[in-house]
Ligand binder design. Structure first.
Ligand code: 3PG
Ligand code: MG
Length: 388
């Protein structure tokens, strides 16, 4: 795979595929600009070297048609503030206005084009759409790790049409996750939360031989507690996975489950909240967070590890009452010497909200892409660069 350093970008028009897929608050302000910050090194390098940066991204899932709610305009403005330089927003993705803007740009200029997914050709991986994008530039750089698991036009087709390379964020993401997956410094602790154990099983299976401890929290732990014969009340369970987890739990998965849990009648701010041993959940209760003893137990395991990987919230982090476990684990991981890696949309958003994201040594910008990569799948976006 070629990297940005090997390209002579000076004076060239560079199509840059970024992942500027940020989340917004109700009031329309950006709640999590982590991905924008992560993209700055590549953008600065291109500007310093006198390239014309033509930046393309998706935002949300507008379904192949223009939709103001998914415009990249506010994202381009925020990117400009973070960079401390002017960025021009082009309110078209490919077409006459896009063409004219790309032509008029001077070395050092940065242009952000409108959402790629406003055109059905992006997700359909339409070669004609890819050609329209490729025509705007001389070179292609992919810095969008978070979307490399999608076979979309800007990810897999454009690199067939132009000399291509991986940007700095993509290179670092691949290198860090490859080491984590194939050759981690041990002991390695993997902390998994989130809703469904089924979506995490492929990485559990792939990483099992090199993982010393799996610590499970969040709703996915409920399914495993149930498999082990615990009563889980009204907790969210993945019923279809219970039998499968009985098997895995016996296979010596080095599993650590919550020994105590935070429960309530439901996930509401008004609910009365109790902490109980995991064996004493009442029939009308839902497990909504890990308890303090579990925080201690998981933190002790992590403390003794050289590498810790964390994906998925450990409780119902939309509400403060059920965020304590996630927050406490984040604080404890911030104090350890080992290499701490966190990734996944929900947990990263929660940690940004809590102001704790800077406590981690590496934060992956990928959600689905990271999970697929760690499970050993080839990412189409990376493969496209390798063969271009
Ligand atoms: C993400 O947020 O996971 C990436 O930006 C990819 O977005 P997608 O899941 O809508 O393809
Ligand atoms: Mg996603």
């Amino acid at each position: 795979m070629k990297t940005l350093e090997t390209l002579d970008v000076s004076g060239k028009r560079v199509i840059v595929r970024a992942d500027l897929n940020v989340s917004f608050r109700q009031d329309g302000t950006i709640s999590d600009d982590f991905r924008l910050k992560a993209f700055l090194p590549t953008l600065r390098t291109l500007q310093d070297q006198g390239a014309v940066s033509l930046v393309f991204s998706h935002l949300g899932r507008p379904d192949g048609k223009p939709d103001e709610h998914f415009s990249l305009r506010p994202v381009a403005e925020q990117l400009s503030r973070l960079l401390g330089k002017d960025i021009r927003f082009v309110d078209e993705t490919a077409g006459d206005r896009a063409q004219a803007a790309a032509q008029a740009a001077r070395p050092g200029d940065i242009l952000v084009f409108e959402n790629l997914r406003f055109d059905p050709g992006e997700e359909a991986n339409d070669p004609a759409f890819a050609k329209k994008i490729a025509q705007l530039g001389d070179l292609y750089v992919n810095d969008a790790f978070g979307v490399c698991h999608r076979s979309h036009a800007s990810v897999v087709e454009v690199p067939k049409l132009l000399p291509s390379a991986a940007g700095m964020l993509l290179v670092r993401g691949i290198a860090t996750l490859t080491a984590l997956r194939d050759n981690p410094e041990r002991p390695l602790t993997v902390i998994l939360g989130g809703a469904k154990i089924s979506t995490k099983l492929p990485i559990v299976e792939r990483m099992l031989p090199r993982t010393d401890a799996f610590c499970l929290g969040g709703a996915l732990a409920n399914t495993v507690l149930r498999a082990k014969g615990f009563r889980t009340g009204k907790s969210v369970i993945e019923t279809t996975m219970v039998e499968r987890m009985k098997q895995l739990a016996q296979d010596g998965m080095k599993l650590h489950l919550p020994e105590d849990v935070v429960v309530a009648d439901g996930p509401t701010a008004e609910a009365s909240v109790h902490t109980r041993p995991s064996a004493e959940v009442h029939d009308h209760e839902m497990i909504l967070d890990i308890g303090p003893k579990t925080v201690e137990a998981f933190s002790d395991i992590a403390q003794k590890s050289k590498t810790v990987f964390w994906n998925g919230p450990l409780g119902w982090t939309e509400l403060a009452a059920f965020s304590r476990g996630t927050e406490a684990i984040a604080r404890r991981l911030g104090e350890i010497d080992g290499f701490t890696v966190v990734g996944g949309g929900d947990i990263v958003a929660a940690l940004v909200n809590m102001g704790l994201i800077d406590k981690f040594k590496f934060v992956s910008t990928g959600g689905g892409a990271m999970l697929e990569f760690l499970a050993g799948k080839e990412l189409p976006g990376v493969a496209a660069l390798a063969s271009s």
